[in-house]
Write a new protein. Structure first.
Lengths: 94, 538
């Protein structure tokens, strides 16, 4: 069965606002009180998903070290061993 | 002097070619395999999966100009589609074929799948019966190493048990089973080509939860197992070698396969018997492209059936949020299903269907849980609130996928594109594909069943994908039959037109039934071995 045929839908926000922009970062570093649009949200989304919008399209920072796997303490990133055969038959220990 | 010589030349190193190559090699027959793709390094493939932003089944095995193939995120990348519906199923060109990213489900057909016309007045009958194939199903289950419950026939009578005990069902499966107790929706453990115990040279499954696109430890069977057996017994594997033309000599016998390598060199492979095992798009593509003045319809095509009757298992995908946490995203991607609708008198009116329970949450419909993290972060959640919401949400992701039977239709077909060619000069595959009312009735029945099952589970937010998904099950483009006027190969998979040409794989299926096709592909390959050996001496 062809699982995971999913591809990301086009984002509703304009492309320019979705890039983690170097200029915005510099501005924010100089003055943490300033507003940098969606920059903070972009950064948190990237930390949690391990993905970010690059100029060439969606790009991977890391699958395994994305913060979402810390939140999903009942499992682990795909492609990593999860335990002994049959661990999945019971509720997670967390 | 040929560049490659053997008793048997096999085109394709996926499961159908690999099993035959192994069985022939063990019997002392000299075999050469031509494989368009390259060998896959498992660790590198896993790394490509981790690095891919779009995690489709092909992401660890990206197509290249030298070994091009379809990709799930763009159905028009390789196929030239004329519609009206979109054909979505794909395949790979690598050593070991598409078993690199199969799920591993190993179901037999039910007996009436071989006699759909006689039993239900639909489609046509196969030229062989369940009883004739049964011993080879058992042999295939042992070769592949299928884990299953030997006391549960799932409607397909068994002469032997499974070689290893069933893969344990998930916590999620058991939640469904409790909710569905006493209804018609009886959950069954899925027989699968995944080690529940080690001991056959491969480890037991440790729940990487990435069967598609890759099992990083080889607990899931793939055809490199039998490629390796064949090579150890003397078979020659020629990777990065694309069969580009079949040549016909005296008395209608195949005389050679012309091939081209990635480095641009060309050569000729000669043998006594030739076997096409290149799956249900590339096999007809090669046959059609090999046309000549003497054979204007192409090779093995006096029936005009080559390329016709393209089938899939159109799949209704639905997803919802369960009431209680069911802890998805753990274990093999599917371990249970509802098999009882794969047969019954209703098949005269609507298709049989197979309801698969997913352990993979919303990864298929939504790219979750990664997409869930993005969504919740964009809602403005931060820190502990974000963690809590993410865990609370993703632990309740459930999905169902029902694959329905699609009848053979001669107008659903692969032909050669008139304009575009690949780097070997072979025209790209052009597909015409229409889903009929029979399929649509099946998809509607699937949606109704999904709604009822989710309802029993107390699930909310039920969603159904509008258009059917492909199941990855490409079938029917070189059908087998007793009548040379209406079929491409005979009951032993030998071409009606060319006595030393055989065709393996799901291309030969007259009808598609609802079982995932791989085990039947394997059984047919093993059954063909005696006929191939007999053809060596005639």
């Amino acid at each position: 069965l062809a699982i995971s045929t999913w591809a990301p839908p086009p984002s509703s926000s304009p492309a320019s606002s979705r890039w983690v922009r170097a200029a915005d970062l510099a501005r924010l570093a100089a003055d943490p009180g300033t507003s940098a649009g969606t920059l903070a949200t972009d950064i948190v989304a990237a930390w949690y998903s391990g993905l970010y919008e690059a100029r060439g399209g969606l790009a991977t920072i890391s699958l395994a070290s994305a913060l979402l796997w810390d939140a999903l303490d009942f499992t682990k990133p795909p492609g990593f061993c999860g335990g002994a055969t049959g661990y999945w038959a019971d509720a997670p220990l967390a | 002097m040929a560049d490659i010589e053997a008793d048997v030349i096999i085109v394709g190193s996926g499961i159908s070619g690999a099993l035959l190559a192994a069985k022939l090699s063990v019997a002392g027959v000299k075999v050469a395999i031509l494989e368009a793709g390259a060998r896959v390094d498992r660790a590198e493939a896993r790394q490509r999966f981790w690095n891919a932003p779009i995690r489709v089944p092909e992401c660890p095995y990206p197509p290249t100009p030298e070994a091009n193939h379809p990709i799930s995120n763009d159905p028009n990348y390789w196929y030239r589609q004329t519609g009206p519906d979109t054909f979505k199923s794909t395949y790979l060109k690598v050593v070991g074929g598409t078993t690199w990213h199969w799920l591993g489900t190993c179901l037999r057909f039910v007996p009436n799948d071989f006699r759909l016309r006689t039993a239900h007045g639909r489609g046509l009958d196969w030229p062989i019966s369940y009883d004739e194939l049964e011993p080879f199903y058992s042999e295939a289950e042992h070769e592949i190493g299928v884990a299953g419950d030997s006391n549960e026939s799932l409607g397909s009578p068994r002469s032997a048990g499974y070689p290893m005990p069933a893969i344990p069902q998930t916590f999620l499966d058991k939640a469904y089973a409790r909710a569905l107790a006493g209804t018609q929706y009886e959950l069954r453990a899925t027989p699968q080509a995944r080690n529940s115990v080690g001991g056959n040279g491969r480890p037991a499954c440790c729940g990487n939860a990435s069967c598609i696109p890759i099992c990083p430890i080889g607990a899931k069977y793939d055809a490199t197992v039998h490629v390796s057996v064949a090579e150890k017994k003397g078979a020659a594997l020629h990777a990065q070698t694309t069969a580009a033309r079949i040549e016909i000599g005296a008395e209608g016998r195949v005389s050679a396969v012309r091939f081209k390598r990635w480095d641009g060199s060309e050569g000729v492979a000669r043998g006594k018997v030739f076997v096409l095992a290149a799956h249900a798009i590339e096999t007809p593509r090669l046959l059609l492209h090999s046309r000549s003045e003497a054979l204007p319809n192409g090779v093995a095509n006096s029936s005009d059936q080559v390329g016709r009757n393209l089938m899939d298992h159109p799949t209704q995908l639905s997803w919802a949020l369960s009431r209680e946490p069911v802890w998805p995203y753990r274990g093999p991607l599917s371990t249970s299903s509802i098999e009882k609708f794969r047969h019954g008198a209703f098949r005269k009116d609507r298709p049989a269907m197979r309801v698969e329970i997913g352990n993979d949450g919303w990864s298929w419909p939504k790219g979750a849980p990664v997409s869930t993290a993005t969504e919740l972060a964009r809602q403005g959640l931060r820190g502990r609130a974000l963690d809590t919401a993410l865990r609370e949400h993703a632990s309740r992701h459930v999905r169902l996928a029902s694959q329905v039977e699609q009848l053979p239709d001669p107008e659903n077909r692969i032909t050669l594109d008139r304009g575009e060619k690949d780097m070997y000069g072979v025209p790209l595959p052009r597909l015409a594909y229409r889903l009929d009312d029979y399929v649509r009735a099946g998809l509607a029945a699937a949606r109704a069943a999904h709604a009822e099952i989710f309802g029993r589970l107390g699930a909310t937010g039920i969603e159904h994908r509008d258009a059917p998904e492909g199941a990855g099950h490409i079938m029917g483009t070189a059908r087998m039959g007793n009548d040379p006027k209406g079929s491409v190969v005979d009951r032993n998979l030998r071409s009606h037109d060319h006595p030393n040409l055989f065709i393996l794989g799901s291309a030969v299926f007259p009808t598609g039934a609802t079982a995932n096709p791989t085990l039947t592909i394997a059984a047919l390959s093993l059954r063909s071995c005696e006929s191939v050996k007999a053809a060596l001496t005639h």
